[in-house]
Write a protein that binds this ligand. Sequence first.
Ligand SMILES: [Ca+2]
Ligand SMILES: [Ca+2]
Length: 203
Amino acid sequence: MTFKTTFSLVSGFALALAACGDSEPEPDANSMAADMEANQTAEYDPMERDYPLSEEIQARRDAFDSDAFQAEYSGFRDEIAAEQIRMGANMDPDAEMTEDDRAEMEAASQPRDASTNMRTRSNMTWSYLDRNDDDQLSVAEYAIWAVPLDPNATMPNDQGEPQLSADQANRAADSFFYYDIDGDTYLSRREFTSARRGENYGS
Ligand SMILES: [Ca+2]
Ligand SMILES: [Ca+2]
């Protein structure tokens, strides 16, 4: 905010100077800066591309239990809707804060998405997503990040509970297995970092 305001002032001053002289018009530095800022804050959206899966990965993908995934996911959504700050479940109150705890405190204090009241993707920390604290992400844990969804929105199902659409569930699973490089059906921190960056392994 401060940077942007300062930049606009400086840039406006430069443009005013340029208008007084004979120099050529400068490129629109303001919009370039805005683009750069947007690129730094916007997090990759895993739902916006297709994931080519090798035969081996596709086999793991096909073996995965989609119903169990959806049930687990719904449970996590309920938890998230009910809590504000997520701390390590095994955290000793007298213990030093870990890096993860600090990152989580910081992320929890950030503004939420205005339309869904969910955390924005970039504020979903590892400890926030790793619901069972086993230091790896299941498909359902990963889907919390992959599929932003308003926990209060009611979709037309029997319980009136929020539910993934078939397309959301499929795409979340495709991308999960795409980034599960070692094939253990969990995402490690390293694998999730690749997902988060939207790394492309080619087709
Ligand atoms: Ca986990
Ligand atoms: Ca893995």
